[in-house]
Design a protein around this ligand. Structure first.
Ligand SMILES: Cc1cc2nc3c(=O)[nH]c(=O)nc-3n(C[C@H](O)[C@H](O)[C@H](O)COP(=O)(O)O)c2cc1C
Length: 321
């Protein structure tokens, strides 16, 4: 009788390939604050503390959301090998430890979401005035739930105006802070081939004073016609059932599950973290959506032409020896 040997963990080659998918996650200012370590029994996802934005992210919450999004990609990539991962939260800068679950085929949903990893991107261009398919919001909320999160759509016009007002107020407050502005400038890179930060093509046009949802100003050109044709943007607030640093990692996994689901549904996405970076405004946002726990991000969904993608650092730079 022949016995088939079960691999106990992922090979270094499989790990490196999976990291190649992980790095295409979104990250605050495209700072890519992650590192990955191949261990004797699995994989660690680590926070790269040198890349945490000191001015606008003192506690490293945005960096942890970014790492959680990368961890979700990593989990999908490992699932595609037939040896999916289980995970637990780590300590210190080790955010997550992943180890092999039982061998099984990837589900059709995992395959579809994995396929979207290189196609998903943050879209700072104008969105079309086409109503979002009514089947999409429940599927996006379900995606957040699968990863322990919640995604509340802001359906009511009055509430939408409140959320937009909080984005605007937070953006103004952050812009008035010289340290945050200097940080944003440092990550608003001047060439599109740079491997980190947001280049001119991905930055989109400079935010227009009349736009409902104030986009972050990554130094894009001032254009006359930047008005967004979408009359009623589809906006949602993402959170998880907790407010700790571990919860931020969980929020990142929920975020990436939502973003890949949106890409699978043909939807463009834009992210607004300004109101969750200012404590008092985050609290007002929490009350607006009537949740017990802090909101982590504001998201926008819609139809829009593809815009320019950002780049990533070489894989060797993010692998821990
Ligand atoms: C936690 C977090 C916060 C973000 N906040 C914003 C934001 O306020 N405005 C914005 O335009 N993009 C925001 N982004 C998107 C990043 O700028 C984007 O992911 C990064 O530049 C990489 O580009 P990509 O998403 O197209 O791959 C955020 C992303 C993350 C993960």
């Amino acid at each position: 009788m022949t016995t088939i040997a079960t691999p106990r963990t992922w090979s270094l080659e499989t790990f490196t390939d999976a990291v190649g998918d992980a790095v295409w996650a979104p990250s605050i200012h495209n700072s890519q604050p992650w590192r990955f370590r191949h261990t004797c029994d699995g994989v660690d996802v680590l926070l790269d503390e040198r890349r945490v934005l000191a001015a606008c992210d003192h506690y490293g919450r945005m960096a942890r959301i970014s790492c959680g999004a990368a961890a979700y990609n990593l989990r999908l990539a490992l699932a595609m090998t037939g040896l999916p991962a289980q995970y637990r939260f780590g300590a210190g800068r080790t955010l997550l430890h992943l180890w092999p679950d039982r061998l099984r085929r990837p589900t059709p949903l995992e395959s579809r979401l994995h396929h979207q990893i290189p196609h998903r991107h943050t879209n700072r261009g104008p969105f079309a005035d086409t109503p979002v398919d009514t089947a999409a919001p429940p599927r996006l909320s379900e995606a957040a739930r699968r990863e322990g999160g919640w995604l509340d759509f802001v359906a009511d016009e009055a509430a939408l105006n409140v959320v937009a007002g909080l984005v605007r107020a937070a953006d103004a407050q952050l812009r008035a802070d010289p340290a945050c502005t200097a940080e944003l400038r440092a990550w608003s890179v001047t060439a599109d081939h740079r491997v980190e930060g947001v280049g001119p093509a991905a930055a989109g046009a400079a935010p227009h004073p009349d736009e409902l949802l104030t986009r972050r100003d990554f130094g894009g050109p001032v254009l006359e016609m930047t008005r967004d044709p979408a009359r009623r943007p589809v906006v949602a607030v993402l959170g998880v059932l907790g407010d700790g640093l571990e919860d931020a990692v969980r929020a990142g996994m929920a975020l990436q599950c939502v973003l890949l689901t949106a890409a699978d549904l043909g939807l463009a996405t834009a992210l607004y973290s300004q109101p969750t970076e200012v404590a008092a405004l985050r609290e007002r946002l929490r009350r607006t959506v009537d949740r017990l726990h802090d909101p982590q991000l504001v998201l926008r969904f819609g139809y829009a032409p593809r815009t320019c993608y950002t780049n990533r650092r070489p894989i060797a730079d993010v692998i821990e020896p």
